[in-house]
Design a protein around this ligand. Structure first.
Ligand SMILES: [Cu+2]
Length: 169
């Protein structure tokens, strides 16, 4: 009868894996945070060809730029295509609109609440975002649009990320 020892070995293995998983999660420490946004929420007189820059406290997962959008008007307004690039070890995301923005017009940067860091962990947004003029994008504000309410956009707190509006000069 060799089956019982095999089962015991498998159980032991599972326990070791569970222990390793717990300790690695503790080592991760605080969640990655969105630490700065430019232009800040409520900014006025912004150039019509602005550099829109997000800075995170830790490296971000590949492809997360797809969950950052620039809307004309509020968060339900049409989006403007942007060209984005990462720097500083994938901590800084810099985007520029493909065409100059309209003058004297309000725009909204929408940072998707489901952005993940390089360790595949959710990114905190409101700890610093509120102080930068950000507002949580609630379901009601989204106006029932579905394109920005799925994975990548929805945050664990039930919001759809943060919005930072500005007005061009
Ligand atoms: Cu959006």
């Amino acid at each position: 009868m060799t089956e019982i020892p095999v089962v015991r070995v498998l159980i032991m293995g599972a326990l070791v894996l569970a222990t390793a998983c717990t300790s690695s999660m503790m080592d991760t420490g605080a969640a990655t945070q969105l630490v700065s946004v430019s232009p800040r929420g409520g900014a006025a007189g912004v150039a019509v060809s602005p550099d829109i820059v997000l800075t995170f406290s830790e490296p971000m997962m590949t492809g997360m730029e797809q969950y950052m959008a620039l809307h004309q008007g509020g968060v339900t307004g049409p989006t403007t295509p942007m060209t984005c690039s990462w720097s500083d070890g994938r901590r800084t995301l810099s985007c520029r609109p493909g065409q100059p923005l309209a003058a004297g017009t309000r725009y909204t940067i929408h940072v998707g609440g489901g952005m993940m860091d390089a360790n595949d962990l959710p990114v905190g947004m409101d700890q610093y975002g509120m102080g930068m003029g950000g507002q949580l994008a609630t379901g009601g504000m989204m106006g029932g649009q579905t394109g920005m309410m799925g994975t990548g956009w929805m945050h664990a707190d039930g919001s759809y990320g943060m919005m930072f509006d500005f007005t061009t000069r």
